[in-house]
Design a protein around this ligand. Sequence first.
Ligand SMILES: [Zn+2]
Ligand SMILES: [Zn+2]
Length: 312
Amino acid sequence: MRFGRHMPVVPAPKEALLRTREVGGDATQIFVTNPRGWRAPAPKPAEEAAFRALRAELGGWPVVVHAAYLINLASSNMEFAEKSIALLRATLDRAARFEAMSVVFHIGSHTGAGEEAGMARLIAGIDRALDGAAPGPMLLLENDVGGGGKLGGRFENIARALDALPRHAARLGVCLDTAHLWGGGYDIGAPEGARRTLDEADRVFGLARVPVWHLNDAQAGLGSHLDRHARLGEGRIPLEGLKALLRDPRLADAIFIMETALTTLGEARETGEAESETELDVRDAAKIDWAAERRRFDFARALAGVAAASEA
Ligand SMILES: [Zn+2]
Ligand SMILES: [Zn+2]
């Protein structure tokens, strides 16, 4: 079991690894393109080489890439869907240069065309993105809170997409976000509900296909269909449930990534005000309360009942 967090890639991508290690993590999630931009910036070979060298030095540090939020393969707008395929493929290529183990993307919304049409586009889009992509990182379908045409609120839709692409089976998997499960109505706030949710995921697509989890708390209620992350222990998911989930032996080999905003020094509200996954980038490391980040890793590990990552 590993714990990581999403880290900014400024001033250099390799800083993301160093900072994660400094605060006691042992896995890192990064963006490799602008999370809100359609165009992948030109690669910077020297930065990538430095990143790979450090990753090797750290014993093959696990790296997860989060794809841009704009991507919606299921969109009924053809131009939008085409741009999504191109950007996802570019993200996979870029992730390979960073030796990432996987690329996580949001499976998107049917934008009014209905679930059948949306699923068909999603499946065709994944197929095309993978066909043209460099070999390497796995592509992980992230669950969402459902509602408003979103396709990832139910395990069945995720399984349908996986099952439709046996040709890519070895390269496809799932990333489950705890805040999204909660928002989607899976009651992971109680031990019994957490176990039932894991049972269902195991039955529908198999927990072995979930190498990465997003470990976020939620500001909104169970089944609210709202995607508002909170820092672990500061949101509305009761900890007994999260504790049971983290301690389930079926998740012993998973990587848990925290995605809430980094704590800034002198932050007005000590309770995590991270509103979404879109507030993760930070330009000035001197403004970050790294000690608070370290406490969060300690808290996550204590919840899971595992010892801290060995100090280098
Ligand atoms: Zn996400
Ligand atoms: Zn989210």
